[in-house]
Ligand binder design. Sequence first.
Ligand SMILES: C[S@@+](CC[C@H](N)C(=O)[O-])C[C@H]1O[C@@H](n2cnc3c(N)ncnc32)[C@H](O)[C@@H]1O
Length: 197
Amino acid sequence: MNLSLDEQYWTSRYLQNQIGWDVGQATFPIKQYLDQIENKDLKVLIPGAGNAHEAAYALEFGFKNIHILDLSKYPLDKFIENQPTFPPSNLHHQDFFLHQGNYDLIIEQTFFCALSPSQRIDYVKKMHQLLKKDGVLMGVLFNRYFEQEGPPFGGDIDLYKSIFENHFEIKILEPCYNSVPPRRGAEVFILLKKKEV
Ligand SMILES: C[S@@+](CC[C@H](N)C(=O)[O-])C[C@H]1O[C@@H](n2cnc3c(N)ncnc32)[C@H](O)[C@@H]1O
């Protein structure tokens, strides 16, 4: 791969408004999962959050401990403009792989597909490390491959099963029935519980 998927790359995508991944709101599968959580004190991380629509949704519905993280400062600054009371300590301008913390829930939304496939095992291990005992990784992943070189980088259910099963109990890993229209039929919903390994 020739592209360097560094901060400069991602910031230039935001500056040029080349953000086809951004659907302008939290996606239905994630909304639906958050809607049924009663404990609004859960400590939640959204890595590769971008414009962080999921965080805005969760805050609106009373979640009190949301953290967002991105390699690019640009979307984080925009988020704060719109959410001026968001605690600065919960905003992480950082490489995901360097982040330290422990969370009850981590939300995946077009972050995995943004990373080079060579980082996938590290992603799984890092997610495992960042979750508390019995913590959960929830979200959506592409269930398709792309003709052009990524990002986005695709995948399928068998591949995800093989990379996650050593570190996570796979509660749900199945085609998503409520994807946003452009991704209909092309996503899986994941609900993965941290295993003690
Ligand atoms: C495809 S975008 C998705 C953004 C957002 N989740 C959404 O769905 O709108 C991928 C995001 O991951 C961020 N990113 C890429 N590599 C990262 C890394 N190593 N650590 C943290 N963020 C990263 C990019 O800056 C970008 O905002």
